[in-house]
Ligand binder design. Structure first.
Ligand code: SF4
Ligand code: SF4
Length: 180
């Protein structure tokens, strides 16, 4: 298991300072700006915006068909609007304090113990030790949250079958039949 100190050193060596260009919140191709969100993150955004669940999130677009003829997807992503995340306004995140883990940790993510770095205008900039430690801490919290969500989803999947002809979202809350 990678230590927070070692992770912080890798972040500092990559160097990062967000320029607020907003590029990571915009769609550049079909799969971009797909920000996966947990139910708890959707509820946090609902709490600060007053929007409904459907106004905040939509089913993740990749679907799976089961042996019974039902179709499902494993979670949600933030709603997109006009080629960008719906919460991006004038290159500014309007839910900044409640933004999901993916946004908090971009352009970094952990794949096991390996740090993966996405394309970003803010790379190769000086990063202070404190900021590198914060990012490392967030990356470890994000991985824990993702592992917990995945375990709950597996448990829901083991107990539920999407009925034939229906479409459902399976998330840590349970099975939500959207259609059918
Ligand atoms: S994280 Fe990177 S791509 Fe996203 S707004 Fe900041 S500099 Fe731009
Ligand atoms: S929630 Fe904010 S930071 Fe995340 S993609 Fe949307 S506008 Fe960007």
């Amino acid at each position: 298991m990678i230590s927070p100190e070692s992770l912080a050193r890798q972040v500092q060596s990559a160097g990062f300072s967000c320029t607020r260009c907003g590029r990571c919140c915009q769609c550049h191709d079909e799969g971009s700006a797909l920000v996966m969100v947990f139910p708890s993150e959707i509820r946090a955004i609902i709490a600060v915006t007053g929007l409904s669940w459907e106004e905040v999130a939509e089913p993740y677009p990749e679907t799976i068909r089961n042996a019974s003829g039902g179709r499902y997807t494993l979670g949600w992503c933030l709603k997109r609007n006009g080629g960008a995340c719906r919460f991006l306004e004038d290159s500014r995140c309007t839910v900044y304090d409640s933004r999901p883990w993916i946004c908090r940790t971009y352009p970094f993510m952990l794949d096991g113990d390996e740090i993966v770095i996405s394309e970003c205008d803010g790379l190769h900039q000086p990063t202070g030790e404190e900021e590198a430690r914060r990012i490392a801490g967030d990356l470890i919290c994000r991985r824990e949250a993702e592992e917990a969500e995945a375990a709950l989803i597996r448990a829901v999947l083991a107990k539920n079958t999407v009925p034939a002809g229906s479409f459902a979202v399976i998330d840590s809350d349970g099975m939500k039949v959207i259609d059918g």
